[in-house]
Design a protein around this ligand. Structure first.
Ligand SMILES: [Zn+2]
Length: 314
C-alpha cells in the first residue's frame, strides 16, 4: 500500500517537456501530470540546418530542466514527414533538417525518454485527450499554418498508412493543372497549395500587387469588405469545404477541429465553409460534420505530453 501511494505521488509530480516544431516557430512547454500547462515559450525555428535546430532545442530544454526538476520525459511534435518507428526526420517539407535522428539525439542530450510524433497527429491526440471533442473515437484535426497538417483519430487511434507512416493528406492533388499553385512538396495544385495560410498570403499579395503587405493588413481590408480580399476568402472557403468533405467521405470523422495561425482569419471563411459542407452533405443525405476552432492554446503540445507519458515505465 505504501509503495503504491509513493508511486501515485511520484506520478502526480511528473512533469513533461513538450516541443512543437513548425516551419516558422518552435513552441516549448512544461505540462504537469494533470495536463496543466505550467510554462510556454516560443522561439523562431532555425530552418537552416539540424545542428542549428538542435542548438535551439537544447537552450530551451536546459532552461526548463533547471526550472522544473520533475521533468521526466519529453514529447516532440514536429513538422513531417518523419518516421515514428526509427525516430528520424524524413527531410520535412518546411525545415532543412534532413534525416536527423531527432529522437535519439534529444534523448541523449536530455537523458530522459523522448517520444516523437508528427505535429498534426500530435495535435489530434491533444484534442482527443483534453480538447472539446475529448474521447470522441473519430476526430480530425486540420492545422492551417505555414503548411497544411492533418491528423486523424480513427476508431480511437491515430490513423497511420499501411507502411505505418503518418498520411500526408495535405498533399493530395486537387488540381494538377493549377501551375500557379506550387507547393513546397514539388507538385502543383495540391491541397496545401490552396489551404495553407502561407499560400493564401502569397496569392493575395500577388493579386493586390502589394508584395510586402502583412496578414494583419489583409484582415483590415477584409473588415472593410475589400472585393479582392473577400473573393480570395470565398475561394478559400470553397477549397477548405471540398477538402473537409473529401476527408469526411473517407474517414467519416464527423468532428473536425481547426487550429494553426490562419484560424485568426476564421471569421472570414468558416461560416461559408460550413454552409457549403452542409449543402453537399444534405444533398447526399449524410450527416453534416461538426467543425470547431480549437480551444487549446496549442493542441500539438498536449498531444506531445500525452505521447511522452506513454514512454515512462515504472
Ligand atoms: Zn504539396
Amino acid at each position: 500500500m505504501k509503495v503504491s501511494t509513493k508511486r501515485t505521488m511520484k506520478a502526480l509530480l511528473m512533469q513533461t517537456l513538450c516541443f512543437d516544431i513548425g516551419g516558422t516557430k518552435i513552441q516549448a512547454a512544461v505540462i504537469d501530470a494533470t495536463g496543466t500547462l505550467l510554462n510556454q515559450k516560443t522561439v523562431p525555428t532555425p530552418t537552416s540546418s539540424w545542428n542549428h535546430g538542435k542548438a535551439a532545442l537544447e537552450i530551451l530544454a536546459n532552461d526548463y530542466l533547471r526550472l522544473y526538476p520533475n521533468i521526466q520525459s519529453c514529447g516532440i511534435a514536429c513538422a513531417g514527414p518523419l518516421d515514428t518507428q526509427s525516430g528520424k526526420l524524413q527531410n520535412p517539407t518546411n525545415l532543412n533538417w534532413g534525416h536527423a535522428p531527432i529522437q535519439e539525439e534529444m534523448s541523449k542530450l536530455l537523458n530522459i525518454p523522448v517520444a516523437l510524433e508528427n505535429d498534426a497527429a500530435s495535435a489530434v491526440m491533444g484534442e482527443f485527450k483534453v480538447g472539446q471533442f475529448k474521447g470522441k473515437q473519430s476526430l480530425a484535426m486540420i492545422a492551417l499554418g505555414t503548411g497544411l497538417g492533418v491528423g486523424i483519430i480513427n476508431n480511437g487511434k491515430i490513423f497511420r498508412t499501411s507502411q505505418n507512416q503518418h498520411p500526408e493528406i495535405g498533399h493530395q492533388i486537387l488540381n494538377s493543372q493549377a501551375l500557379e499553385t506550387w507547393c513546397a512538396c514539388g507538385n502543383a495544385g495540391c491541397a496545401e497549395g490552396y489551404i495553407a495560410g502561407s499560400h493564401f498570403l502569397t496569392k493575395t499579395r500577388e493579386l493586390l500587387f502589394q508584395p510586402e503587405i502583412s496578414m494583419l493588413d489583409i484582415l483590415k481590408m477584409a473588415s472593410l469588405q475589400d472585393p479582392i480580399v473577400m473573393k480570395q476568402f470565398n475561394l478559400y472557403s470553397l477549397h477548405l469545404a471540398q477538402f473537409i468533405y473529401n476527408l469526411n467521405l473517407v474517414f467519416e470523422s464527423q468532428n473536425f477541429v481547426l487550429a494553426g495561425g490562419f484560424t485568426n482569419a476564421a471569421s472570414y471563411f468558416l461560416d461559408n465553409t460550413f454552409s457549403l459542407l452542409s449543402k453537399w452533405c444534405t444533398e447526399r443525405k449524410q450527416p453534416v460534420p461538426q467543425i470547431a476552432l480549437t480551444t487549446l492554446s496549442n493542441p500539438a503540445l498536449y498531444g506531445a505530453w500525452a505521447l511522452a507519458q506513454e514512454t515512462i515505465t515504472d
